[in-house]
Design a binder for this molecule. Sequence first.
Ligand SMILES: Cc1cc2nc3c(=O)[nH]c(=O)nc-3n(C[C@H](O)[C@H](O)[C@H](O)COP(=O)(O)OP(=O)(O)OC[C@H]3O[C@@H](n4cnc5c(N)ncnc54)[C@H](O)[C@@H]3O)c2cc1C
Length: 435
Amino acid sequence: MIEEKFDAIVVGAGMSGNAAAYTMASHGLKVLQLERGEYPGSKNVQGAIMYANMLEKIIPDFRDDAPLERHLVEQRLWVMDDTSHTGIHYRSDDFNEAKPNRYTIIRAQFDKWFSRKVREAGATVLCETTVTELVRDAKDKVVGVRTDRVGGEIFADVVVLAEGVSGLLGTRAGLREMPRPKSVALAVKEMHFLPEEVIEQRFGLKAGEGCVIEAVGTISRSMAGLGFLYTNKESISLGIGCLVSDFASMMESPYVILDALKNHPSIRPLIAGSEVKEYAAHLIPEGGYNAIPQLFGDGWVVVGDAAQLNNAVHREGSNLAMTSGRIAAEAIMQVKSRKRPMTKQNLALYKTLLDKSFVIKDLKKYKDMPALLHTNSQNFFTTYPQLMSQAAQNFMRVDGTPKIDKEKATTAAFIKARSRWGLVSDVVRLAFAWR
Ligand SMILES: Cc1cc2nc3c(=O)[nH]c(=O)nc-3n(C[C@H](O)[C@H](O)[C@H](O)COP(=O)(O)OP(=O)(O)OC[C@H]3O[C@@H](n4cnc5c(N)ncnc54)[C@H](O)[C@@H]3O)c2cc1C
């Protein structure tokens, strides 16, 4: 049993937990961080694009020694049907700036580095330690945690719950509900290893540059979902995720759709000859603003995925996690510096500060994310991708058909598939859901 009392206990050593622990420890607070994994990052999965701005606010000189894979100079957005993709590609040399904005990372390595920084800042980090319960006093205030270690009861002024999307600890303690199947996506991902120069040649990259592809369409079999391909130094992360409720109702298997994505004629050549060394599956919170639970209480705050702070539409999660962890830490430090107790009333400062940040401002745009993702999903994930492919092919084939007839054929195909009223209603419904 650890006898000493801490200023804060942080549960979890992912993006949000490390951000919170680092911020508090580097400002002199006595911090204990508990992680159930063998090492930080051993349990964590991400695509992964890491957004520099949010890490810079925590560790400004992170570029000096963080394990970064490639900085991104190109983003491809694809709409796919079974044999084609229609794409928007954006590439700019401006992204070859001195301090690039986005990097690919490998979480197992990145989290280890982040955790080393947390230790160097002065926090005590214990791995292979699962927090099993919150300890409360007679007034129901959280005053510490129980762990799976013998005699594992440890006390602190405040507990930061950074336990990730499943959030079993907070759920068991009655702080929030289990995430609903329609509010979480299940993503599966493989790491395809290839020599550095092969990756650079296939994607037209110079050393250190990276390219990412994000794709929707028939690859998700009408389910609300997204496929992704991210270039690392010597590997390609390839994955796909769909809402859990969709997997259940469509009786689809994540492995089967990942296999189909790998074998798609637009993807297969990009990973040809690669060796698959890693496979992972993980949940992603995609409930939007309405799914955010109570964020603070007497003696506790919740951050990151455990607080459902994830922006699925913009494919952002780790940056919301780091920002909420940092802001929670700053709120705790302010309460402490005013010599106030860590009560619900005082910790409300965390929510006040978070509300002013991009995290809540962005998520407010997507109040009901599942409704947005389900807006006529059959049409947006299957019918329209097929129609777009037909239209592009019709336009590109030069076969003596007059252009006016080609235009009529394309219009007729859209109207046949959806009717004029159907087309208008899809656009209107999407616009309303997006608001
Ligand atoms: C396939 C996939 C792709 C993604 N791609 C991107 C991307 O490209 N860019 C992006 O920004 N985001 C992406 N995300 C989202 C991003 O990974 C998450 O938003 C982010 O990891 C959340 O960080 P977190 O610290 O809240 O949770 P996590 O990183 O999940 O960390 C939670 C930690 O808590 C530990 N823990 C849990 N319970 C306990 C307990 N009881 N006791 C002790 N320890 C415990 C876990 O072991 C884990 O280490 C992706 C997610 C997935 C699944």
